[in-house]
Design a protein around this ligand. Sequence first.
Ligand code: UD1
Length: 429
Amino acid sequence: MDRIAIIGGARLNGEIPVSGAKNSAIKLMAASLLTDEPLRLTNMPRLADTRFLGKLLSRLGVSVTESDGPDGQQTILHAPEITSGFAPYDLVRQMRASFNVLGPLIARTGQAKVSLPGGCTIGARPVDLHLQALEALGAKIDLHEGYVYAQAPRGLKGAEITFPFVSVGATEHAMLAAVIADGVTVLHNAACEPELLDLQECLNAMGAKVEGAGTPTVTITGVARLHGATHAVIPDRIEMGTYAVAAAMAGGEVRLTNARPHLIDSLLDKLEEAGCGVERTSDGVIIRRNGERLKAVDIETAPYPGFATDLQAQFMALMTLADGESRIRETIFENRFMHAPELMRLGADISVSGGEARVRGVAQLEGAEVMATDLRASVSLVIAGLAARGETIVSRIYHLDRGFERLEAKLTACGAQVRRIKDDGEAEL
Ligand code: UD1
């Protein structure tokens, strides 16, 4: 398995273009199942997760073609007919969001057999809300031997669905299924994450009638069929936030471009509170820190527009070197502090109790061998390594490859000393 080696101490100076959002791209790709015409997605990130899903979609009858189009990296997905409604365990387990093919498959063909998902090891992460939403739309659901068997031979029917708590995946799944259902669906207590709005815009470009995404109430008026469309994937706010924290950690001045800074206001406000320079620009943000030590600040994760759980690990890494004690509360996922013991291997002073971590800033981190435990945790170790004395080696970086496009190249372009150690022992930049 590949590893990443970081020699800490270099400041970051330069520009980092932000890629298209992984979390949006994979739901948009699933939307291709809803039409027999081509869906062209631009600003597409090239990631292990998009590859996994491409593989699964191909198996279901979608042709997936990646290329460099007139407006950059694109993927064209075309499903003239669904040739299989079976999503096997070995493909779904690699990425939890591939479970979201279930809704579009039932909506278009009236039946599907989809494995229950795997995914990041951050808590139990059930899919009960997804299944309740599909049942409310009229799907008959049976669970056997790790598979969901779903049927709606006479099609799905619009319904009022109230989620008992906010779920990004269940909201998206319900939207994907309801767009070609018969009648009106109203989703109450829907997730408000920006990726929902991106999905609404793509579905509407395909002829759907969705209103209200990005607010707690989404109304979907079912249409008989969808058609092809071109849609640009929204910039990745988590990648943007990750590099903002990396720049704050290493010091220097980094300009993040092709980004929408208002999507991470909750992070940028905290960076400013900690003493970091933040300048919003027309297409991104400039992050500056010139040597002075940051102050410890507290954060609590929350659904959007609150502090994103996907930026919690990175912020914890930053706080390991801050002046004072920072309290970090995780409210979205249980068991999402697995990076804490790894950061402690680098010399961080952290104690975890239930959903709260206390990080007491230390004067210096020391490079060490550490292990990535999930996607966002792995990048927090890279961030810590940027400021640690000596060499940090992060193993199990397949987690990192799921969600960060050309991470080493983006960081080295700004002066970081980061290299990938290939499985065979060869170092590669
Ligand atoms: C998505 C993001 C993930 C992010 C998370 C929260 C993708 C691919 N992933 O994950 O990066 O961290 O939103 O912003 O977009 N839950 C249930 N039952 C369900 C569904 C969810 O109990 O049926 C629970 C989860 O275990 C979790 C909470 O609800 O505790 C929120 O999860 P959810 O918003 O659904 O996250 P995902 O869509 O899985």
